[in-house]
Design a protein around this ligand. Structure first.
Ligand code: 5GP
Length: 171
């Protein structure tokens, strides 16, 4: 496997700085629940929430749609659940990537069913061409339809620790 650098550390940091400011305007005076989607969003979440000038509650949920391949299985499985009651609260989903959009759609519906007051979505990477009419309120970068790893994103559980986003080139 070869990894080609696609979005470097400084571009990520710069973009997250701007996103943090934008999101801080939206949630000024509010205390939303930030819901980070494991595992892929852990690094993005850690960097992004440090840029917020409001005080969110932070929770995690683990869902899986990919097996050990680079294609979505089309089914979402909840592996761990929320620990915070989101009823009547503003919720901001933080996700690594919007691909088919299935995960985000599932989470929006789930949070609404739990009685969340508002649900907004922030993703680092947006494969815009892969999904239609998906609610993405904030995103870091629009990317082509290719499989990326690093900065939290894996291939077979590896490469999450890379500080940049790379494209996986199969030999
Ligand atoms: P969706 O439900 O939007 O099809 O896919 C969401 C999940 O699939 C993401 O949270 C991520 O775990 C995985 N995924 C989608 N595209 C990629 C990709 O290019 N690279 C990696 N590593 N995971 C991806």
């Amino acid at each position: 496997m070869e990894i080609v650098k696609y979005i470097d550390e400084s571009a990520i940091a710069e973009r997250i700085d701007k996103l943090g400011k934008e999101i801080s305007v939206e949630y000024k005076g509010k205390n939303p629940v930030v819901l980070s989607v494991l595992k892929g969003a852990f690094m993005f979440t850690a960097d992004l929430i440090r840029k917020f000038d409001f005080t969110p509650e932070v929770d995690f949920i683990q869902v899986a749609s990919y097996g050990n391949s680079t294609e979505s299985s089309g089914k979402i499985e909840k592996k761990t659940d929320l620990t915070i009651d989101v009823r009547d609260k503003d919720v901001l989903i933080i996700e690594d990537i919007a691909d088919t959009g299935l995960t985000i759609r599932y989470l929006i519906e789930y949070l609404k069913s739990l009685g969340a007051k508002t649900v907004k979505v922030c993703v680092l990477l947006n494969k815009t061409a892969k999904h239609k009419e998906l609610q993405v309120d904030y995103y870091g970068f629009e990317i082509e339809n290719q499989f990326v790893v690093g900065y939290g994103l894996d291939f077979n559980q590896k490469y999450r620790n890379l500080p940049y986003i790379g494209i996986l080139v199969k030999e």
